[in-house]
Design a protein around this ligand. Structure first.
Ligand code: AGP
Length: 609
């Protein structure tokens, strides 16, 4: 997830572009850059780090001109360095890109054989070279972009300028957002509305597979295969803060709703459905390691720890490898025994959590093989591990982790299938079925998210509770633990996440009519057992809210209220059952009026032990 912005018109554009990038920094902030046509050539300035570094660089090297593009980066391929920062230049072409090019390895190889020399490690530079190649073949810019994108698989929003046709920007979109803004004799483009809202309220979001030419005198919209599109812009009535949150009240709610897209980005280029397998080059573990290890040892904190509880389940059930998971702070507090036959997997959305980093270092010192699963590219934990699986969820602004959690779950599935296939513990058919179900998840997640209003209504009575109990068994235990953490961290209501079978060993003493019990009970082999636990809670007057599978006919007689989620492969039910709990926590907190995005006493990145 990066931010892109573009301008063509009569004004000097560098300040407009920087201003737009400032409002897009929430989409990425590891480097930034501008490309501006100065009347003779396209000039580029880029800088690593926050936007203020680009502003400093522009003071030393000002860019003058009225056609330009800008970018703020959230690295996916290639470290956050100046050469990897956008815009990328190939001959007369300069380009900014948001998204992931799935077939970048193949395209890079082909272009390399044609003599192209790459200066960056990015997938984006490949697209710049493809467009340049097409313009060299005599095509005008829009045709060149159209033809080049024909070779590309993946997600993109691009804005392209050409030194030889310096009166236009060509933009195109597939699976990454792009909006065009209409001014008086000027045109804008951006990843998101807030970037250009101070300049125009008249906007047109591009749809999948559309390409547009923007110039001071006009706008032309077609499909990628050249058919004209006639769609009118609309007037945006949001204020700037609403626009940054995509119209949502809080970043957390926005990020909850971004999850289908985030999962698609995690899976992009990593699933080979025909082979019933996971693509080795994209997950940070090689086949030899997968075959050799005798144990997988997860280490993490907080929400990431809950993802590893699911990882442990999958490692045992799919890969058939002994697996254990440990809170990082406890791992370093003991004298853990790990060695060369262990794969120690450190999981952290920020990639900076000090406990997890310290635990990883201990594991490394003891000779274990290590892997990081992280969202922030090139952060401390992946750097220390040396090999990484990046979840590609995009920046998460809300302190409560939502999309980072579900993308970690997706990483766990891919890792377990990969290791299972290498060890022969899951066959092609079963692996293929899991992966097929995995790629279908975003569709089902959208169905769950459409329950937003129903969940909001169910949240209101919960907001007066003093304490609550979340129960789950098997694959739903991590969901219960995460559901409870989510509720407590943003609403400040005490919440226990418990393995349902443990309820009778203590927590049952807490249950009375004042105690909401949230039971995660999808249709799976644990269902009958958790249904009995729920009856036990009801017998103590507990108010039960169940998360169950659509079509379950008997839950109505057990629970006071039920949220029904779509039926998916039972192994993948956490993707369905997690979402209602995130929404529930969100609305409880919102009813209580707490600071949802920045709850008290918490930080997004925890760099103290
Ligand atoms: C999640 O909602 C929490 N804010 C917190 O538990 C978090 O998951 C934990 O601090 C670990 O962070 P990490 O994934 O960045 O390592």
């Amino acid at each position: 997830m990066c931010g892109i912005v573009g301008y063509v018109g009569p004004q000097s554009c560098a300040d407009i572009l920087v201003d737009g990038l400032r409002r897009l920094e929430y989409r990425g902030y590891d480097s930034a850059g501008l490309a501006v046509y100065d009347g003779k050539k396209v000039d580029v300035v880029r800088a690593v780090g926050k936007l203020q570094n680009l502003v400093k660089a522009l003071k030393e090297h000002p860019l003058e001109g009225s056609l330009g593009i800008g970018h703020t980066r959230w690295a996916t391929h290639g470290r956050p360095t100046e050469v990897n920062a956008h815009p990328h230049v190939a001959g007369n072409i300069a380009l900014v890109h948001n998204g992931i090019i799935e077939n970048h390895i193949e395209l890079k190889r082909q272009l390399g054989e044609e003599g192209v020399k790459f200066v960056s490690d990015t997938d984006t530079e490949i697209v710049a070279h493809l467009i340049h190649r097409e313009t060299q073949g005599g095509h005008d810019l829009v045709t060149a972009v159209r033809r080049a994108l024909g070779f590309v698989h993946g997600a993109y929003a691009v804005a392209v300028i050409d030194q030889k046709q310096p009166d236009r920007i060509v933009v195109a979109k597939n699976a990454s957002p792009l909006v065009v803004g209409f001014g008086e004799g000027e045109m804008f483009c951006a990843s998101d509305i807030p970037a250009i809202l101070p300049y125009t309220k008249l906007m047109l979001p591009l749809e999948e597979g559309e390409i547009a030419v923007l110039s001071a005198t006009g706008f032309e919209l077609t499909t990628l295969d050249g058919k004209p599109v006639d769609r009118k812009p609309r007037v945006i009535t949001w204020n700037a803060s609403q626009a940054e949150k995509g119209g949502y009240k809080h970043f957390m709610l926005k990020e909850i709703h971004e999850q289908p897209r985030a999962i698609e980005d995690t899976l992009r280029g990593r699933v080979d459905l025909a082979a019933g397998d996971v693509v080795e080059s994209e997950i940070g573990v090689d086949a030899a390691t997968a075959q050799l290890i005798s144990r997988v040892y997860f280490i993490a904190c907080g929400t990431s720890h809950h993802a590893t509880l699911y990882g442990r389940f999958l490692m045992e059930s799919i890969a058939r490898v002994p697996a254990t998971t440990e809170l990082a702070s406890e791992f370093i507090g003991r004298e853990p025994v790990v060695g060369p036959n262990d794969l120690v997997v450190a999981v952290s959305q920020s990639g900076e959590t000090l406990d997890t980093l310290a635990a990883l270092k201990v594991a490394k010192e003891q000779g274990a093989r290590v892997l990081a699963i992280a969202n922030v590219i090139d952060s401390a934990i992946p750097r220390a591990a040396g090999s990484a699986f990046y979840t590609h969820a995009g920046p998460e602004i809300g302190v409560a982790s939502t999309k980072c959690f579900t993308t970690q779950l997706a990483a766990m599935v891919l890792l377990a299938v990969f290791i299972g296939r290498r060890r022969g513990s899951v066959d092609k058919d079963r692996a293929g079925a899991i992966l097929q179900a995995l790629v279908e998840l975003p569709h089902h997640m959208r169905t769950v998210l459409a329950l937003d209003d129903i969940i909001r209504d169910l949240a209101r009575p919960l907001s007066t509770a003093k304490s609550s109990l979340f129960l789950g068994r098997g694959v739903s235990y991590p969901v219960a633990a995460e559901g409870a953490l989510k509720l407590k961290e943003i609403s400040y209501i005490h919440a226990e996440g418990y393995a349902a079978g443990e309820m009778k060993h203590g927590p049952i003493a807490l249950i009375d009519a004042e105690m909401p019990v949230i039971a995660i009970m999808p249709d799976d082999k644990s269902y009958d057992k958790i249904a009995s636990n729920v009856q036990e809670a009801k017998a103590r007057e507990g108010r039960v809210l169940a998360i169950a599978t659509k079509g379950n006919a008997d839950i109505g007689g057990i629970a006071h209220n039920t949220i029904y989620v779509p039926r998916v492969d039972a192994t993948l039910s956490p993707f369905m059952t997690t979402l209602p709990l995130q929404l529930l926590s969100y609305y409880v907190a919102d009813f209580k009026g707490t600071d949802v995005d920045q709850p008290r006493n918490l930080a997004k990145t925890v760099t103290v032990e």
